[in-house]
Design a protein. Structure first.
Lengths: 349, 566
């Protein structure tokens, strides 16, 4: 008898599990907000993605189910899934993906009222992408460790080559991180193109820096954690987690070195084939609102399209490395990354 | 099975009916066998072949270019060498310490046996990379011990990976060695002792040789796990290259180089295959049968202090490390930023963002446990009772699936099931199938052991007495294999809950799994949240196991450890 009972119980359990697994949500009506959408989120930070999701839920009543990974990983994922995407849209993704999605027909266009007149930097002229903010990389350091050694945070990128920083610097890996790609084209621009010595001079800087780098991280903002927890003294990190981590109690210092910092655009696309187009459009409209810009600059320190909003990290537009050309970077992405792999990422240490 | 009724005997209608039933019964088994073979071929062999094909496919047909790239670039073969060293070191320490702890929990002081055993098995219900978390908190450059003792060490690299993997897979080694050690008949040792052999001599020439098959099995599994479960390694490797995390980076990162990922996978399989073959060869030569029947409970003899003390020290040290790990991860759970800002907080624990991932894990693990156990037990039945050719092959494929690196089966599933007619990528089902087929060998082996205990004559008697095949199966076979089913279920369930290496390639947005979630949190620098989620996962797995145990005890169908693992 007991055996029969337990068998019944087990069967019930599994039928239940199977049923809930196979359950499909009913398709939402066209002009109604769907209860949830699935997005790819490029911040590589569950914290930031979670706060964005929470805000959208509060304001629009739409639940955001997200996967948060580095720009590079999200890019590969979307490329691999094309043309059958499992997500409805992508937020906070890198410029290379925004451009490629338009070229390859992965995204759909939309004329969002809240983005009209924002200008070419912020919205694609054909409405295929929206730049929700320019993000950048900064130099970070651990307050306590630096003080213990009597060091100060370097003023310039050049100072990072000093042998005293050996095995004390962490930065993201260009094999996974879009931030790292941004660093590559920014340093190639700063030390190569801008000096008239050609790309090679930029690579020489990166190779010299490589001697001091202890490790290359998967995500662009991971150095804020490693440096913040005192595992390493210095880091070159994307800026979005600097503010949240300082607020969270990490003893972090940050600086925009005198040569300036590199930047990249991070934005929104709506993926072709979504069954929740209307909802995606409403989310896009909301991201173009002043309210979101304020939230975004406050949370991650990004520079947004709204000039009235001051990014928390910089207090204004930061000093950028001159002549950074994202279009050039995207066009040369494959070659630059191959070079990075050869010289640094897949070179024996 | 039963031969069709012999010719020459006059066939009454009843006898004819009987022979038809026998015939069907015989065919049922072979048909089931064929279906099972097709399933195994589809979900274990085909993904593997897909990886192989990918590794030699060029833009214009067959090419060895990718292999040439691998072998000519120092980075890659360095990665292979590192991986092998990691595997060998981890395996040696795990086997040595696993044996010592087994010895203590079976022959050592009674009061120590239970607690030590619990400690040794505890990490099985936690994700293996819990050890990477605790190592960073304790021995990182700014770790608690590092600071307290003012050490200057770096766990980012080889040493950290070896320590973490060793601790992670020690329970597995222990479980398997303990299993074979506990079936040894103490009478053998008594006799040797009475004949004047020293305890060292008994250990060397009786115990160790007798458990060698168990040790070899354990060595293979630990080796495979150590080189393929890459959570710890990815978090701790720093700039030291290893194959498994590189496969993950190459496949999911900007390179998206599936060909190179496949080549790396082939090199990850290679050492496993070599060991698999050697091990089978060695075990064949050493097929010991100790005296049959249950071991007789003999009075434990006093163990020579020269053996006892070092063994105890090692056991207590290992147990202490496990305790320390769980404690320190608990501390990570309850403090703001462990090591930086040690103020007490419940924020990490009260963070519910992992709930959905947790639910997904639970569903998928229950389903894969169920399917894995059923298929495993059916396999066992077909292998033991069938008489068709290829039964050994069937068993071999299932075991090979178990000993394949998870990383390889992960990417194999992407290649094999990303287009119709078997379009499974992006679904939950692919996760269930992957987990079920990877681990079903455990239920199968347990089932085989159980069925060997039941003479075929009992079934025949039942049939001859007029019971239908269904009744016979229900009344005779089922009660015998049910414990094997439960054992298989528990193993698949537990492993699916915590393992990472294969499923990380197969999860899709919005359908995350707990183990992947924690890994990403750890990898993106959220130690507190990763620790807290780990604890929740441990609680869920622990509670589930307790419920299953209680249910089985209540029904009197105990999932005894008689399975012996694979």
């Amino acid at each position: 008898m007991k055996k029969i009972l337990i068998s019944l119980l087990l069967v019930l359990l599994f039928v239940g599990a199977a049923f809930t697994t196979g359950q499909k949500e009913a398709a939402a009506a066209k002009e109604k907000l769907a209860p949830f959408i699935t997005i790819y989120e490029g911040a590589g930070s569950v914290e930031i993605a979670g706060k964005v999701a929470k805000l959208i839920k509060e304001k629009l009543g739409v639940e955001i189910r997200f996967t948060s990974e580095s720009h590079g990983v999200i890019h590969s994922r979307i490329k691999a899934e094309a043309p059958n995407f499992t997500g409805d849209m992508a937020l906070n993704i890198g410029f290379p993906l925004m451009v490629e999605a338009k070229e390859k027909g992965w995204s759909v266009s939309y004329d969002s009222p809240s983005w009209r007149g924002a200008g070419d930097v912020w919205v694609d002229k054909d409405g295929f992408w929206w730049n929700q903010g320019n993000w950048a990389f900064v130099l970070v350091g651990n307050k306590d460790l630096l003080a213990k050694k009597g060091y100060t945070l370097p003023e310039s990128w050049d100072e990072l080559l000093d042998a005293k920083w050996k095995d004390q610097v962490v930065m993201p890996s260009a094999l996974t991180s879009g931030t790292a790609f941004m660093m590559v084209y920014s340093f190639v621009t700063l030390y190569g193109l801008n000096t008239g010595k050609g790309e090679e001079a930029g690579w020489q800087y990166l190779e010299a820096l490589n001697k001091n780098v202890a490790q290359y991280t998967r995500g662009g903002n991971v150095p804020t954690d490693l440096v913040g927890r005192g595992e390493f003294m210095l880091g070159i990190s994307s800026d979005e987690m600097v503010m949240p981590r300082i607020r969270g109690g990490y003893p972090l210092l940050y600086k925009v070195p005198k040569e300036g910092i590199g930047f990249g655009s991070a934005g929104v696309i709506i993926l072709k084939g979504t069954k929740k187009l209307y909802t995606c459009q409403k989310v896009t409209d909301f991201i173009g609102s002043t309210e979101f810009c304020k939230f975004w600059s406050e949370l991650a320190g990004y520079v947004t399209k709204d000039p009235s909003v001051k990014p928390a990290l910089y207090g204004g537009i930061p000093r950028y490395i001159p002549n950074i050309n994202q279009a050039w970077a995207v066009a040369n992405k494959g070659r630059l990354l191959e070079e990075w792999k050869k010289r640094i990422g897949r070179a024996p240490k | 099975m039963n031969e069709v009724a012999e010719a020459g005997i006059p066939r009454s209608s009843r006898a004819l009916w009987q022979s038809i039933k026998d015939f069907v019964a015989a065919r049922t088994i072979s048909t089931t066998g064929i279906i099972l073979f097709l399933l195994l071929a589809t979900f274990l062999l085909w993904p593997l072949i897909a990886v192989l094909i990918k590794s030699i496919a060029g833009s214009e047909g067959f090419t060895l270019q990718h292999y040439q790239n691998f072998l000519t670039k120092p980075y890659y073969y360095q990665s292979l060498i590192n991986t092998l060293i990691l595997g060998v070191l981890t395996t040696s320490v795990c086997i040595g310490v696993g044996f010592i702890i087994s010895y203590i929990t079976i022959r050592g002081p009674r009061f120590l046996r239970k607690p030590l055993k619990m400690l040794a098995l505890l990490p099985l219900i936690a994700p293996p990379y819990i050890f990477a978390l605790s190592l960073i908190i304790l021995l990182g450059r700014n770790g608690i011990i590092t600071k307290a003792l003012n050490l200057n060490l770096s766990i980012y690299g080889f040493s950290g990976c070896v320590i973490a993997q060793t601790l992670a897979f020690l329970p597995l080694a222990y479980l398997m060695i303990e299993n074979s050690l506990s079936t040894l008949n103490p009478n053998l040792e008594d006799s040797a002792a009475n004949l004047g052999a020293s305890q060292g001599k008994i250990l060397r020439s009786i115990i160790i040789p007798l458990v060698t098959p168990g040790i070899l099995k354990a060595a293979l599994i630990v080796f495979v796990m150590a080189i393929s479960e890459f959570g710890n390694v990815a978090i701790l490797c720093g700039r030291t290259p290893f194959l498994a995390p590189d496969i993950y980076t190459i496949v999911t990162g900007i390179e998206m180089d599936f060909s190179m990922g496949s080549v790396l996978s082939m090199f990850l399989i290679l050492p496993c295959a070599v060991i698999f073959v050697i091990q089978n060869y060695l075990i064949k030569g050493k097929g010991y049968t100790t005296i049959l029947g249950k071991p007789v409970a003999a009075e434990p003899r006093r163990i020579n202090p020269a053996i006892l003390i070092p063994f105890l020290l090692v056991s207590i040290f290992a147990g202490g490390l496990v305790l320390l790990t769980f404690g320190i991860v608990g501390m990570g759970t309850l403090t703001n930023i462990v090591g930086v800002d040690n103020t007490f907080t419940l924020n990490h624990l009260l963070d519910w963002r992992s709930n959905m991932a947790m639910m997904n894990s639970l569903r998928i693990s229950l389903l894969s446990g169920f399917f894995g156990a059923i298929i495993g037990v059916l396999l066992a039945y077909v292998i033991v009772r069938g008489n068709f050719r290829g039964r050994t092959a069937l068993e071999g494929i299932a075991i090979a699936g178990f000993t394949l690196p998870g990383t390889v089966l992960g990417i194999g599933y992407i290649f094999a099931f990303n287009k119709p007619p078997l379009l499974l990528t992006g679904t939950m089902m692919i996760l269930v199938i992957n987990c079920a087929f990877r681990f079903l060998a455990v239920g199968m082996e347990a089932g085989i052991n159980k069925l060997h205990q039941l003479s075929i004559e009992v079934e025949e008697a039942s049939l001859n007495l007029g019971a239908s095949a269904a009744t016979t199966f229900r009344r005779i076979v089922l009660p015998i294999v049910f414990p094997a089913f439960m054992y298989g279920f528990m193993y698949v369930f537990m492993t699916s809950m915590v393992s990472l290496s294969a499923v990380i390639f197969l999860v899709s947005p919005g359908q995350n799994l707990a183990s992947v979630f924690i890994f990403q949190w750890a990898n993106y620098g959220y130690i507190g949240l990763a620790s807290a989620t780990t604890y929740k996962l441990i609680a869920i797995v622990g509670a589930s196991l307790a419920i299953i145990q209680a249910l089985s005890r209540w029904t009197g169908l105990r999932p005894t450890a008689g399975g012996g693992g694979a």
